[in-house]
Design a protein around this ligand. Structure first.
Ligand code: HEC
Ligand code: HEC
Length: 216
C-alpha cells in the first residue's frame, strides 16, 4: 500500500512524466504479478545471504526455510555482521512468504553449460573457496591469519607449517594439511557452526588435482 501512496504523491507533483514509467512498473508488478523467487533471490538472498548460506543457492533450499528466513531477517539477527535489511526488502520478503513462497514462472534458470568444476584457480575460487571459505578466510575476516582470497595468497603460504605438516604438499597433494583440515571428521572446514555445506568428495579431488598441477 505504501507504493500506492507514493504513486499519488508523485502524480501530484510536477515530475509525473519522468517517474511515471518506473512507478507504473512497480505498481502493476506488485498488484498483478505475485512476487516470484527470482525477485527475492536477486533483491535479498544473493546479495545478503548467499556468501554464508550455501543452502540458499536453490529455490528449494530457500523455500524449505522460508519462515525461519523471514524470522531471522525481521528480528535483525540476519544478515549476520551486516546492517539489517531495509524496510522495503523486509516487506517484500514478508509478502512472498505470506503468499506461500512461490517459485513463479521464469525462475528455473538451467545451470550454465560449462558448470563443471575444473582444477584451476578461476573455477575453484568461484565455486568452492569463495562460497565456502572466504567469508572467514579473507584479509579482514575472522580467520584472516590464513588468507585464501587470492591465488597469490595460496602460493605464498604453500609451505606454511602446521605442526609438521605443510599447507600444500606438492609431492603428495592428498597429504596436504589443507586437505586434512577439509576432511577432518571432528572439526572440518568450513566449521560445522557456520551452517555451510562441507565440501563434496569430487570438490576435494579437484583441489588435490589443482595442487598436483602446481596451482594453475
Ligand atoms: C556473514 C555470514 C552470514 C550472512 C551474510 C548471513 N548469515 Fe545467516 N547465519 C550465519 C551463521 C554463522 C549462523 C549460525 C547462527 C549464528 O551464529 O547466529 C546463521 C544462522 C541463520 C539462520 C538460523 C538461525 C536464526 O537466527 O534464525 C537463518 C534462518 C539465517 N541464518 C538466515 C540468513 C538470511 C536470510 C541471511 C540473508 C538475509 C543470512 N542468514 C545472512 C551467518 C550468516
Ligand atoms: C565460518 C568461518 C570459516 C569458514 C567458512 C572456513 N574457516 Fe577455516 N578457519 C576458521 C577459523 C576461525 C579457524 C581457526 C580456528 C580453528 O582452527 O578452528 C580456521 C582455520 C583453518 C585452517 C588452519 C587450521 C589449523 O590447524 O590451524 C585451515 C587450513 C582452514 N581453516 C581452511 C579452511 C578452508 C579450506 C575453508 C573452506 C573450505 C575454510 N577454512 C572455511 C574459520 C572458517
Amino acid at each position: 500500500m505504501k507504493i500506492l501512496a507514493l504513486f499519488f504523491i508523485f502524480t501530484s507533483c510536477g515530475n509525473y512524466t519522468e517517474t511515471k514509467g518506473v512507478l507504473e512498473d512497480t505498481f502493476s508488478r506488485n498488484l498483478n504479478t505475485p512476487i516470484d523467487f527470482k525477485t527475492i533471490n536477486e533483491a535479498i538472498i544473493q546479495p545478503h545471504c548467499l556468501s554464508c548460506h550455501q543452502q540458499y543457492a536453490t529455490y528449494a533450499g530457500v523455500k524449505n526455510e522460508a519462515s525461519n528466513i523471514l524470522n531471522a531477517v525481521t528480528s535483525n539477527r540476519m544478515p549476520k555482521n551486516a546492517s539489517p535489511l531495509s524496510a522495503a526488502k523486509k516487506e517484500l520478503l514478508a509478502a512472498w512468504v505470506a503468499a506461500g513462497a512461490p517459485q513463479g514462472g521464469s525462475t528455473t534458470t538451467p545451470p550454465p553449460a560449462n558448470d563443471k568444476l575444473e582444477a584451476t584457480w578461476v573455477s575453484l575460487s568461484s565455486k568452492v573457496f569463495y562460497p565456502k571459505c572466504l567469508v572467514c578466510h579473507n584479509p579482514q575476516g575472522q580467520a584472516k591469519f590464513l588468507d585464501l582470497s587470492t591465488r597469490q595468497a595460496f602460493f605464498e603460504q604453500r609451505n606454511r607449517d602446521f605442526g609438521g605438516e605443510t599447507l600444500l604438499n606438492f609431492e603428495h597433494p592428498d597429504e596436504s594439511y589443507l586437505i586434512t583440515v577439509i576432511t577432518d571428521p571432528d572439526e572440518p572446514m568450513p566449521p560445522v557452526w557456520s551452517n555451510l555445506e562441507l565440501l563434496k568428495t569430487e570438490e576435494i579431488e579437484v583441489i588435490i588435482e589443482w595442487i598436483e598441477k602446481g596451482l594453475p
